[in-house]
Write a protein that binds this ligand. Structure first.
Ligand code: PLP
Ligand code: COI
Length: 341
């Protein structure tokens, strides 16, 4: 397979259109057969549910070239299932896991020239999304829906690769609808833009969101969950109903406990506990595990002991094991690696 002439190593997390994307439409109570198309633009009615009432959701997953040259996806069935959960909560028709995996296979096989080679530092990011494309004017679910999936080759989500990040705790929250933590709805992301932008203007990499009810517990950032390491080596991750149930985080907690034999805890994490952690990281499909160097609160900057230069040793071990599983150099738990080509 002739690859595109792309400088893989210098890619950032930016959109590069590829040759094909997948589209399926839901009309009169049924999804059509779906097809690959070449046009990256979407034409919809001015009163489409997505435009008027943000009836939409998205997923994000990655496709890798393994050390022995296979093209695989990491746990795409979990993205499919999360999209099913989200669709139900947003009154959108469910796009089945079988259809989702078939769309993924078709779409990636059609874009093989864009799958970054093993060891290039880049991966193929896949963005499935589902939205109300039919017109509504009263507040109601749309009469017609579109499922689409495209892909784009990406490098690191945070500039500087895996250098520790400085985060800021700001006064802004995402005003998340209570109890909708599992929903990647347009509203939550649009609400997180302001705080993220303020943090970046202030020279930080990201904003750390606290719980909206009490502003005392650590939630997540605009695009990733947290993990922290305690002095005794326990991996701690925040428990909250209003954060995204990250697939990376679930996988890391499993890797930590079942493969590496570490102690894990999922529990509320008070902001005031931060100074006692020895390592911290942001985890997610895009973020992978990005180490945290410091967190700035209203009272000042808390430096994480592992420092501003390198990943801490536990974070490094988790990172190497997870990425090893994804790239086929570490044995994967049953069902984690989905073969595409
Ligand atoms: N939290 C938010 C707000 C996200 O957008 C993401 C990215 O998908 C995550 C967490 C990480 O989730 P996952 O590991 O499933 O990619
Ligand atoms: C992902 O990690 O896939 C996400 O959805 C994060 C996104 C904000 C880029």
């Amino acid at each position: 397979m002739e690859k595109k002439n792309i400088d893989w190593a210098s890619l950032n997390f930016t959109y590069i259109p590829t040759d094909y994307r997948y589209v399926s439409t839901y009309r009169d109570g049924a999804w059509d057969d779906g097809a690959l198309v070449t046009d990256p633009n979407v034409t919809i009615n001015e009163s489409a549910g997505v435009l008027q009432y943000a009836q939409t959701c998205f997923e994000g997953l990655k496709v890798y070239t393994t050390a022995d040259g296979r093209i695989v996806a990491f746990r795409p069935d979990l993205n499919a299932q999360r999209m099913v959960d989200t669709a139900k909560r947003l009154l959108m028709p469910v796009f089945s896991t079988e259809r989702f995996l078939d769309a993924l296979t078709q779409m990636v096989r059609a874009n093989l020239a864009y799958v970054p080679p093993y060891g290039s530092g880049a991966t193929l990011y896949v963005r499935p999304y589902l939205f109300g494309s039919g017109p509504v004017i009263g507040v109601a679910p749309a009469p017609e829906y579109t499922f689409r999936m495209f892909c784009t080759p990406v490098g690191p989500y945070f500039k500087g690769g895996i250098k520790p990040l400085r985060l800021q705790v700001s006064a802004y929250d995402r005003a998340p609808p209570r109890g909708t933590g599992h929903i990647k709805a347009g509203l939550n992301y649009a609400m997180s833009l302001f705080a993220g932008n303020e943090a970046k203007k202030n020279g930080f990499s990201e904003n750390l969101f606290l719980d909206a009810a009490t502003s005392t517990f650590v939630e997540e950032t605009g695009g990733a969950n947290f993990i922290f390491i305690t002095k005794d080596g326990t991996v701690v991750t925040p428990k909250s109903p209003s954060i995204l149930p990250s697939i990376t985080r679930r996988s890391l907690m499993y890797v930590a406990s079942e493969i590496l034999g570490m102690k894990i805890e999922e529990r509320p994490v008070p902001l005031k506990e931060i100074p006692s952690f020895v390592e911290g990281g942001l985890c997610g499909t895009a973020a992978v595990i990005s180490p945290i160097g410091s967190i700035t609160t209203a009272e000042g900057e808390i430096f994480i002991p592992s420092g501003m230069e390198e990943m801490g040793p536990v974070t490094r071990l988790l990172y190497d094991t997870l990425t090893g599983i994804q790239m086929g150099t570490v044995a994967a738990p049953e069902g984690w690696i989905y073969p595409i080509a």
